[in-house]
Write a protein that binds this ligand. Structure first.
Ligand SMILES: *[C@@H]1O[C@H](CO)[C@@H](O)[C@H](O)[C@H]1NC(C)=O
Ligand SMILES: *[C@@H]1O[C@H](CO)[C@@H](O)[C@H](O)[C@H]1NC(C)=O
Ligand SMILES: *[C@@H]1O[C@H](CO)[C@@H](O)[C@H](O)[C@H]1NC(C)=O
Ligand SMILES: *[C@@H]1O[C@H](CO)[C@@H](O)[C@H](O)[C@H]1NC(C)=O
Ligand SMILES: *[C@@H]1O[C@H](CO)[C@@H](O)[C@H](O)[C@H]1NC(C)=O
Length: 175
């Protein structure tokens, strides 16, 4: 295993499917979820923890960066910049990112949303959606918009979290 995959990288785990035979039974401490989707991640984090002393949350962050954040960024950059504020053009990327972080957290028994995810969402919003009306409008949220957002079929929690943080920040800087 080690010689096949010296870096024990996440990519390597993914290529080997279930992380190879060597760690097949190593999910116990990391997760009580056992399925093909989750095993890769819990086994990866088990190895990271026991060989490199990487904490569970650090491991989660690595996975999020590689598997979710990167896809979102690439997706955004493959879109025309002028489309970044058009919700119909970014909603699929956005909800995929949300789901991605949620599923991985679920695999690793990490509560979701969590601080790390909130930070990612704040970063995401400041990077891409800073000047978008669909968020500015939230400075003075009419009930209709809140209702519309809640009824939107995407996972709304991180959006709400990000918006609350966002709003607090805007108020503090006195905009
Ligand atoms: C290891 O996993 C196999 C199935 O993948 C299971 O049958 C076996 O009981 C497990 N062993 C331990 C020690 O958990
Ligand atoms: C999985 O873990 C969670 C919390 O750690 C617990 O509430 C749940 O009952 C566990 N599920 C199983 C099937 O053990
Ligand atoms: C692992 O890391 C923690 C803090 O991140 C440290 O307290 C501990 O001593 C480390 N263990 C080993 C074996 O390096
Ligand atoms: C963006 O959305 C518009 C409709 O709102 C659609 O016509 C267009 O094809 C979309 N572009 C991309 C790149 O998804
Ligand atoms: C979002 O995920 C779905 C299902 O995996 C996929 O079909 C779709 O292409 C993804 N959207 C984007 C913009 O990557």
């Amino acid at each position: 295993m080690k010689s096949m995959c010296p870096a024990l990288s996440l990519l390597c785990f993914l290529l080997l499917g279930t992380g190879g035979l060597a760690y097949r039974n190593s999910t116990g401490e990391e997760s009580n979820k056992s399925n093909d989707y989750c095993n890769v991640y819990s086994q990866y984090c088990y190895v990271q923890k026991h060989i490199y002393n990487v904490t569970h949350l650090q491991c989660y962050e690595t996975i999020i960066d590689l598997m979710c954040w990167k896809i979102f960024n690439n997706g955004m950059h493959s879109l025309d910049k002028g489309k970044w504020c058009t919700w119909t053009n970014v909603s699929s990327l956005y909800s995929n990112f949300t789901q991605c972080t949620e599923r991985k957290a679920d695999c690793l028994n990490i509560p979701w949303p969590n601080n790390l995810i909130e930070n990612h969402f704040v970063l995401l919003h400041s990077k891409y959606f800073n000047n978008c009306n669909f968020f500015n409008v939230y400075r003075d949220p009419p009930e209709k918009i809140v209702l519309a957002l809640i009824l939107t079929p995407i996972s709304i929690i991180p959006l709400m979290v990000a918006l609350v943080v966002w709003k607090t920040k805007n108020c503090k800087t006195g905009s």
